[in-house]
Design a protein around this ligand. Sequence first.
Ligand code: AHR
Length: 323
Amino acid sequence: MTLFRTLALGAGMVGLLLSTAHAEGLQGKIIGFSQIGSESGWRAAETSVTKAEAEARGIDLKFADAQQKQENQIKAIRGFIAQGVDAILVAPVVATGWEEVLTEAKEAEIPVVLLDRGIEGPEDLYLTSVASDQVKEGRVAGEWLAGTVGEAQCNIVELQGTVGSSPAINRKQGFEEAIAGKANLAIIRSQTGDFTRSKGKEVMEGFLKAEDGGKNICAVYAHNDDMAVGAIQAIKDAGLKPGSDILVVSIDAVPDIFAAMVAGEANATVELTPNMAGPAFDALQAYWDAGTEPAKFIITESKLYTPADDPQGEYERRKDLGY
Ligand code: AHR
């Protein structure tokens, strides 16, 4: 069931996802959700899908937007504990600094589920983590680029996600693994764009200026699509063609990157489903109903999309999902 739900959302069939099969099980449960913020289109979609999944199951979801700040997330979690919620979902903005507050949740016997990002520290502080294999995402992106350029010399610039976040750390590692040992591929510049479109554009402008107006750059690898979309604008402003003069590869599979593919301005993306909440709620229900301990890590798919994969259709399928 979990796999079906994940795949179905990946295909953009949100209506099929909001199954009422489990509605009774979680009916009336109070669940706190500490969301990072709204830095990207993907994040907005995750928020919409989580709210819709909660509503379909009769859950009273207490939503807290941390506006990108870990201190706000910690405050929200403490608030949920004080309210005596039944469970807490957290999308942790960075990977460190959670031990104290999650110990408080554990002592209050409130199960915690991590969504879409991982943390460092003892695994017994959370019931389960629903996320992609972020190292694999980076590897898939890197393998696509290595396969596409072949033996040609290719200078790569990298737009990293939020400093200290698990996807920034892991997507960098996976990409580097994929290009390791290939003498023709080199990351010549790498900087954070904080997962936002505006920062992605600004940082790419700096890369272009520093690299002979972009003539020395063969590809941009962005840790998410929003930064890639910002970079595409910067490349166009510099008088170059994104997608051909400079290849663009990123992660998320949001509608705007498919629109860019249709325009010939983006080359590849790795899908991250925004439906982390469906598997999380399934795990909580099984835990409460039958005492079933979920797997510690519930891993979602990481599928590669290129312009050969009907980008117009993918755009249409995703555009109403709250991105
Ligand atoms: O943690 C998932 C990442 O966070 C998404 O790839 C990015 O768009 C978001 O901001």
